[in-house]
Design a protein around this ligand. Structure first.
Ligand code: BMX
Ligand code: ZN
Length: 307
């Protein structure tokens, strides 16, 4: 009865993931459902419903608070979504923290999804013991977080780390942030799926498999190799730019694709070819330890630390 717990949600461009996490790091009821993309009202309703169910399920615990990570730029002091691209339609301006804490009469912390993932990795995962690292997640978009001196870099408006919107090609592909040539238009899973359709045909990737399926066929098919090699180069181009600006000692790559050895090895090789030697001296590139639960652990750490 006394075990302290946090109700945790991670709102991404494709799924809302959620679970109950206890103070000693156990995770219960870890589930996901597709993100409601019909606009603000639908997504708010979905979030409220999930929290209600989790609160109901946590009756046997002492709930310390609610932690939510979300795509978009988040003011973590007020819990407001400062700006979200159309990956989460209508999400800009939502006062999520206030809404949730008033409704459930509990503390609620909101943080950008990848900032939260970086905190999760810092406290519970591969970031342990590192003071300077970059975390990126490859999914519907590309999210980023920068940790320096053991702390998240937030920037002047609290929006730092939107690395998916670094422009890697002037006048390039249109992005749903309104710009052109953004990193996530080349190196996200969404972009890879589009490239596969273009180069290998509409039905090449079976509808019920993830892009990992493609990496497994890397050695078997020249055309697959060509698409994957180009994709690896895109991912690496962004990483090398980050290395040259920040000189981190670790890059953590999260998202489903980070489980693929071919991808991580390919990125390592390609980064070595492009980066200047001194930036490689102390560099490690690692997949996220907490897998797709990093953001949930990150917001849980918030709840336990801050309340
Ligand atoms: C987008 C942007 C980032 C987010 C990243 C990864 C929105 C809604 N999202 O670049 O804030 O971190 O996607 O998100 O503005 P995911 O949907 O791939 O998990
Ligand atoms: Zn963009």
């Amino acid at each position: 009865m006394d075990m302290k717990s946090a109700v945790c949600l991670d709102i991404g461009g494709t799924y809302v993931k959620y679970s109950i996490i206890t103070e000693d790091g156990k995770i219960f009821n870890n589930q996901k459902e597709r993100t409601c993309k019909t606009g603000r009202e639908g997504l708010v309703r979905q979030v409220m419903n999930i929290i209600s169910r989790l609160v109901e399920l946590s009756k046997d615990y002492e709930i310390k608070g609610i932690g939510i990570s979300s795509g978009g730029q988040v003011d973590n002091k007020t819990g407001k979504i400062i700006y979200a691209t159309d990956n989460l339609p209508g999400w800009t301006g939502v006062e999520l923290g206030k809404m949730v804490s008033e409704h459930f009469k509990m503390a609620c912390f909101v943080e950008n999804d990848v900032n939260a993932a970086a905190l999760g990795e810092l406290y519970y995962g591969n970031g342990k013991g590192y003071d300077d690292f970059v975390c990126l997640t490859i999914g519907t978009g590309i999210g980023g977080a920068l940790v320096q001196n053991g702390k998240l870099v937030r920037g002047a408006a609290g929006s730092a780390g939107e690395i998916g919107h670094m422009i890697i090609k002037a006048h390039g592909r249109k992005c749903n942030c309104g710009n052109r040539g953004c990193y996530e238009q080349y190196a996200s899973v969404t972009a890879l799926k589009r490239d596969v359709k273009e180069k290998l045909g509409k039905n090449f990737l079976p509808y019920d498999v993830g892009v990992e399926w493609l990496f497994e066929r890397y050695g078997e098919n020249d055309k697959v190799k060509e698409v994957v090699d180009r994709y690896i180069d895109y991912i690496s181009t962004g990483i090398v730019s980050l290395l040259h600006v920040l000189n981190p000692s670790l890059v953590i790559i999260g998202g489903a694709v980070s489980a693929s050895d071919i991808l991580i090895k390919g990125i390592e090789k390609s980064v070595k070819l492009m980066a200047m030697p001194s930036f490689l001296k102390r560099l490690k590139i690692m997949p996220a330890y907490l897998d797709n639960k990093a953001s949930l652990y990150g917001v849980a750490s918030y709840v336990f630390e801050k309340v």
